[in-house]
Design a protein around this ligand. Structure first.
Ligand code: ZN
Length: 352
């Protein structure tokens, strides 16, 4: 993960972010709406260009690939159950011999639907079934069966039926991917986490293995407009110094979530999507400042394939990570450099 924690003194603009009004005003200074990209997303006005990501290979990032596939399949399952998901994110924590998976949505009501679907069926069934629903976009109609098949052959199939090429070129990634695979193949029933009940969080962290879904969390006041990544980060912050943490969703983290993740030890997509005003003005001042730090050092990113617009059900859309599939043989765009800004073009914030 790349951070831009460097302080620089070439441009000094200090903003008071104490009140919602101040954060709203500062948001207007830092962000620009680009209606042809998103319905209500903004991008940093200083880093004007929105970076378009190309396809990449995941042959050395299997954990990331699998977490994204899980998030996407759960997103589709929620849509098929008539819920209205905005985002699903999945976090894997490997702590010594403990392996735990956490699932969160922006809206806890959607997470409750996902919990119910899995509980009444099995996680295996949900992940390995092609999803379809009225109004599903063409891209999603292709993606869901593809992910279902890959998860089936890579995770749940036994012996020779298992997809032979599913190994990681990175030995560490390979080891964690095997651990994640075993966790899923254990076919555990999900447990619920109530973010207002500390013991339910601690219990999950102490579990040998589990699939935990955040089904209850506050949604008003400072929590208004909070995204899945922030809830998962709350859990992550309770346990530090573990072997490995990774969080990947259907979409790339937005700028406010990236601000929250700045400096965290969670492996996540370093290329943020857009910024959302409602969340920004409700973030605590110190977190909002970190979101500005992201906005001052990074571009918004989008992807060159898939649908268009906020309502797309494609994970390759505007907010979303690029597609991977079948890219074992089409290794391209491994470089992260195309998405990074030239330092010369960047403003720097100085923090007191
Ligand atoms: Zn977000």
């Amino acid at each position: 993960m790349k951070n831009n924690n460097d302080q620089d003194d070439d441009t000094i603009t200090l903003h008071d972010l104490s009140t919602q009004q101040q954060r709203s005003d500062v948001f207007g200074m830092f962000f620009t709406s680009k209606s042809n990209f998103t319905r209500d997303g903004y991008h940093p006005s200083e880093n004007d260009a929105v970076i378009t990501r190309k396809k990449r290979t995941f042959k050395d990032a299997r954990v990331e690939q699998l977490l994204r596939q899980i998030s996407t399949q759960l997103f589709f399952a929620a849509k098929a159950a008539h819920a209205k998901p905005t985002e699903v994110q999945t976090m894997f924590i490997q702590n010594d011999m403990r392996s735990n998976l956490y699932i969160a949505c922006n809206d806890p009501a959607v997470a409750q639907v996902i919990y119910k679907i899995i509980n009444e069926s099995t996680l295996e069934t949900v992940l390995t079934s092609p999803c379809s629903y009225g109004g599903m976009k063409k891209e999603g109609r292709k993606r869901s069966p593809r992910y279902a098949g890959k998860i089936r052959s890579r995770v749940f199939a036994e012996g020779s039926a298992r997809y032979k090429r599913y190994k990681s070129d990175d030995p560490t990634d390979h080891a964690y991917m095997q651990s994640l695979r075993q966790l899923l193949a254990a076919r555990l029933k999900p447990t619920e986490i109530d973010m207002m009940n500390e013991s339910s969080i601690v219990k999950s962290l102490l579990a040998t293995s589990g699939v935990h879904i955040i089904t209850k969390c506050p949604t008003t006041g400072a929590n208004k407009g909070r995204h899945a990544e922030e809830w998962l980060n709350d859990i992550s912050e309770r346990i530090e110094g573990v072997d490995y943490k990774a969080m990947f969703g259907k979409k790339r983290p937005c700028i406010t979530c990236s601000g929250r993740l700045l400096g965290s030890d969670i492996d996540h997509n370093p290329n943020p999507g857009f910024a959302f005003k409602t969340r920004f003005i409700h973030q605590p001042p110190e977190i909002a400042m970190r979101s500005l730090q992201i906005a001052s050092t990074k571009h918004s990113h989008t992807t060159d394939n898939g649908g268009s617009g906020y309502g797309t059900d494609s994970d390759s859309s505007l907010f979303c990570s690029s597609d991977d599939e079948d890219s074992d043989s089409t290794a391209n765009d491994l470089s992260e450099s195309d998405g990074e800004s030239s330092p010369d073009a960047l403003r720097r914030l100085v923090f007191k």
